[in-house]
Design a protein around this ligand. Structure first.
Ligand code: 2M8
Length: 440
C-alpha cells in the first residue's frame, strides 16, 4: 500500500529544496537554470500548494521572453558553472529581439504555459488575484503562440516545426536519428565546448558525443544567422513537425481560449487555430496502419516512421476521433508500451521492440513522468478509465518505491538520471492533489 500523503510530503520537500526564490531548478547541479517546460509543469503543482510561487515561477520565465514572442528554453537568472551551454555560448546579442537581462538561450521548448496558467487560475481562491494574474499573462501567451504560428509555420500549413532536438524536450529521442545522421559535422569547425552533464549522471545513459556535436553545430548555425527565422528556415537541416510539440500547442490554444473567455475577450482565433492544427495533424501525421502519429521531416519531405510514446500525445489534445483512439489504445496497451497487468512499469518512451530501444538511455526507452502524465490525461479524456487509473497508479508506485528520479527503467523499475527531479515531484503531486485530501 502506498502512503500517498507521505509521498506528497516528499514531493513538496523536493520542490522546496529546488526553489531558488525566483524559479525552481529542474535538479540541483545537473540543471541549475530555469527551463521553460519544466517551469510550466512545476507551476501546475505549485498551483495546488503555493499559488504565489507558481505565479512567481511563470513571471520569472516570461521575463526572458523575446520581443518577437519566443519563450526561450532556458532563462539564465544567475551564472552557474555546472551546466553547458551557459548564456555566453548562445550569442543571443546577435538577435534584435533577445533580452539582455535576464540572459537566455536562443531556442524554445514545447508550449505548455497557457495550460499551466489556466491551471493556476482555477486553483486560486481569490477572484481578484486570479484576474490580475490572467491579465498579466494573457498578452504574453498570445505573443508566444503567435510567434509559433508566424515563424514556425512558414507555409501556413497549421503545423509548427522545431529546429533543434532540445526544442522538443526529448533531446536524444530516436525520432531525430534519420535527420541528425544526415548532418555532417567537422568537429574542427565547431566552437570549442566542454560538456558538464556527464559529471553528474552515468555517461552511458546520456546523449552521445556525436549528438552533442550536432546540437552545437545547430546553435552555431542559429547565431551565425542572427536568429532570423526566415534565414534559418532556408538553411537549417533540422526542421521537424513534431507530434508532441503540436499536440501540446493545440491543448494550450484551447486553454488560452478559456483564459480569453475568462477575461471577456474573444476566444475565436485560438479555437480555430486549435481546430486547424488538429485537422492537419490528422491529415499529415496520422498513421492508420499502426495506430500512432508520426513526426514529419520538412527538409527531406518525409514521414519519420519512429514509434515513440509521444506519438500518442494527440489524445491529450482531443485530436483523434473515437475510431482512431481505439486503434491507438490497441497499440498503446500492448507489449510494446507495457500493457496493464504485465511485468513492466508505466509507459516507456520508445517501443520496447524497436531497434535501439534502451531501458536506460535518456529519451530512448526510459519512463518519463511528464509523458505518462500527458497520456494519463489523454486516455482519461477518452474514457479509457481502467488504463488511465493504471498509469496513475504506476506513477505513484514508481516514485514511492524509488524516489523522484528524472526517469525510470521500464523493465526493472529503478530510477535513473538525476535524483530529486522537480517535474517528477510536481506531476505526482498534481495527480495526488487532484484527488486525495492530504492537506493538514
Ligand atoms: C533535458 O534537456 C537539457 C537541454 O535542454 C539537457 O539535457 O541538458 C531534457 O530532458 C529537457 O526536456 C528538460 O527540459 C531539461 C531540464 O530538465 O533537461
Amino acid at each position: 500500500m502506498i502512503d500517498v500523503c507521505d509521498l506528497r510530503e516528499k514531493a513538496i520537500k523536493i520542490l522546496d529544496t529546488n526553489w531558488t526564490g525566483l524559479y525552481t531548478q529542474p535538479a540541483y547541479g545537473l540543471y541549475p537554470h530555469q527551463w521553460s517546460w519544466d517551469s510550466a509543469f512545476i507551476a501546475m503543482a505549485n498551483a495546488h500548494i503555493n499559488p504565489d510561487r507558481a505565479i512567481t515561477e511563470l513571471r520569472s520565465l516570461f521575463k526572458g521572453q523575446w520581443e518577437n514572442g519566443m519563450v526561450p528554453h532556458i532563462v539564465y537568472h544567475r551564472r552557474h558553472d555546472t551546466y553547458f551551454p551557459g548564456p555566453e555560448f548562445w550569442r543571443t546579442d546577435r538577435s534584435p529581439y533577445a533580452p539582455r537581462d535576464p540572459e537566455t538561450s536562443g531556442i524554445c521548448q514545447p508550449p505548455v504555459h497557457a495550460s499551466a496558467v489556466l491551471h493556476i487560475i482555477r486553483n486560486l481562491d481569490s477572484g481578484e488575484k486570479a484576474r490580475t494574474f490572467a491579465r498579466m499573462m494573457y498578452p504574453r501567451l498570445v505573443a508566444w503562440h503567435n510567434y509559433l504560428y508566424r515563424e514556425r509555420d512558414p507555409d501556413a500549413e497549421g503545423l509548427v516545426h522545431i529546429v533543434h532536438p532540445w526544442e522538443s524536450g526529448q533531446d536524444n529521442s530516436p525520432i531525430w536519428d534519420s535527420v541528425l545522421s544526415g548532418i555532417t559535422v567537422d568537429p574542427e569547425t565547431l566552437p570549442p565546448y566542454q560538456r558538464k552533464d556527464t559529471q553528474f549522471v552515468a555517461p552511458e545513459d546520456r546523449p552521445e558525443a556525436t549528438d552533442y556535436d550536432r546540437y552545437v553545430y545547430l546553435v552555431q548555425l542559429f547565431y551565425e544567422n542572427h536568429y532570423d527565422m526566415k534565414k534559418i528556415n532556408d538553411v537549417c537541416p533540422f526542421q521537424i513537425q513534431d507530434v508532441l510539440f503540436n499536440a501540446l500547442l493545440i491543448r494550450a490554444e484551447m486553454d488560452l481560449a478559456e483564459i480569453a473567455v475568462y477575461l471577456k475577450k474573444s476566444p475565436t482565433m485560438f479555437e480555430s487555430r486549435a481546430k486547424w492544427t488538429g485537422l492537419r495533424m490528422n491529415e499529415k501525421l496520422w498513421d492508420a496502419k499502426h495506430g500512432i502519429y508520426f513526426d514529419f521531416d520538412r527538409v527531406n519531405q518525409k514521414v519519420i516512421d519512429c514509434h515513440v510514446a509521444a506519438g500518442f500525445s494527440p489524445l491529450y489534445a482531443g485530436v483523434p476521433d473515437r475510431d482512431q483512439a481505439l486503434r491507438m489504445m490497441d497499440y498503446l496497451n500492448s507489449f510494446a508500451f507495457c500493457p496493464v497487468g504485465e511485468e513492466c512499469y508505466a509507459v516507456p518512451s520508445y517501443d520496447r521492440r524497436a531497434p535501439g530501444y534502451s531501458p536506460r538511455k535518456y529519451w530512448r526507452g526510459p519512463i518519463w513522468m511528464n509523458i505518462n502524465w500527458i497520456l494519463y490525461r489523454g486516455t482519461r479524456l477518452y474514457g479509457f478509465d481502467e488504463y488511465a487509473r493504471w498509469i496513475r497508479q504506476s506513477m505513484l508506485e514508481l516514485t514511492s518505491r524509488h524516489g523522484f528520479y528524472e526517469y525510470y527503467d521500464p523493465d526493472k523499475g529503478g530510477g535513473h538520471g538525476t535524483p530529486n527531479f522537480s517535474w517528477t515531484a510536481a506531476l505526482v503531486l498534481d495527480l495526488i492533489d487532484e484527488e486525495e485530501t492530504c492537506r493538514d
